[in-house]
Design a protein around this ligand. Structure first.
Ligand SMILES: N[C@@H](CCC(=O)N[C@@H](CS)C(=O)NCC(=O)O)C(=O)O
Length: 242
């Protein structure tokens, strides 16, 4: 652990998102929690932090990253401190949180991206669980079946994506639920970006999803983040496949 702490000084860097938001504005958005900014601890990939980073950028938040390299992770000291033995972890003041979807929900609550009432919150949970199902299929392809399963995965993809297409087409706001962005939108958006790398034409027959990706990509803070080196330098997945 001592070596982990010592080295973490070198690994710690800010994603330098200061141009995204003045801290004062972030304080107003989170009166109860009183900044400091969030700290994300994770590996040098987008992986399970892709959606939360996009969300933080869009919400005008500053955050720090502790980047863990694989060799140090394998020593096991940090792993032993993780509730489920895995990353990502987010630190928000004295709250230390694991599980990427719990983190998204927490950020959703903090930043008003969890619907306008309980009914919308329940629908957002449902949609996010649907995104998680897709994310797990994608992860299985990437980490277990890339060479043998890619063709079939791409064949099956329209049937999975069409479920999200129907929901967005029905909800005239362009978002998954209600009339404002939610954490589930960020998660869906990020997973769709990854799928467009896997299969660039995958949204061609899905106009509502295509418009959704265009709308999310054009949000100024998201656009600035996606254009940044901090975002571009990270591979999508830990094994280099995409
Ligand atoms: N359900 C967890 C999954 C976390 C997970 O799979 N973490 C991987 C990296 S993406 C990890 O820590 N792998 C290292 C290990 O298991 O030792 C979440 O959503 O956060």
């Amino acid at each position: 652990m001592r070596s982990q702490l010592r080295k973490s000084k070198q690994w710690r860097y800010s994603l330098s998102v200061s141009y995204f938001v003045p801290l004062g504005k972030a304080d107003q958005a989170r009166p109860a929690l009183n900044m400091p900014p969030y700290t994300i601890t994770y590996f040098a990939v987008r992986g399970r932090c892709g959606a939360m980073r996009i969300m933080l950028a869009d919400q005008g938040q500053e955050w720090k990253e502790v980047v863990v390299n694989f060799e140090d992770w394998m020593k096991g000291d940090l792993k032993a401190t993780c509730v489920f033995g895995q990353l990502p972890k987010i630190q928000d003041g004295d709250l230390e949180l694991f599980q990427s979807n719990a983190i998204l929900r927490h950020l959703g609550r903090n930043h008003g991206a969890y619907g306008s009432n309980n009914k919308e919150a329940a629908q957002i949970d449902m949609m996010n669980d649907g995104v998680e199902d897709l994310r797990l299929k994608y992860a299985k392809l990437i980490y277990q079946e890339y060479d043998t399963g890619k063709e079939q995965y791409i064949k099956d993809l329209p049937s999975h994506l069409s479920k999200f297409e129907a929901v967005i087409a029905k909800n005239k706001s362009g978002f998954l639920v209600g009339d404002k962005v939610s954490f589930a939108d960020y998660s869906l958006f990020e997973v769709l970006l990854n799928h467009q790398v896997l299969c660039p034409a995958c949204l061609d027959t899905l106009p509502a999803l295509k418009a959704f990706v265009a709308m999310m990509s054009a949000r100024p803070k998201i656009k600035a983040f996606l254009d940044s080196d901090d975002y571009k330098k990270l591979p999508i997945n830990g094994n280099g496949k995409q």
